[in-house]
Design a protein around this ligand. Sequence first.
Ligand SMILES: [Zn+2]
Length: 154
Amino acid sequence: MGNTRADELKLKLNELSNSIEPKLSKQLDLEKCERNINRLAEFSSECDACLQNFSDFENHLSQLLNQKESINKQDIKTHTKVIRQIETHLTDQHDLVSSGHYTGIYMSIGLSIGLLFGLVIFDNIGFGLPIGLAIGLAIGAGKDEEAKKKGKVI
Ligand SMILES: [Zn+2]
């Protein structure tokens, strides 16, 4: 795929972003959309699924642009689903992670361990939770930073 097609799609995305309320733009997570587009374009010459996802996203975006005055909850839901599907493919097949991926994972691990330790050692959940959370956050943020350096974050 030439870069032109990706550029055109990003122009459309920009057009949508300029013609809707900032709040809606945030709900649609248009910044993330642009990153997804870049990745799909990057892999589409060697991956059919990426090319397919790209084409699907083109259609989806045209549809959103056509009805930009009347984007409703259902449309946002569909949009979120489309984005998630693209991300799932990128993470499963292309070894990428979404932004904040590790922080999310390690935070929940930290919380569970903190809960357990709080109960077992201190006999007090309130003791373990913040410690577990802090450790989880630190490890997760470090791993996210590392992934970012490697260019693995979508
Ligand atoms: Zn792919």
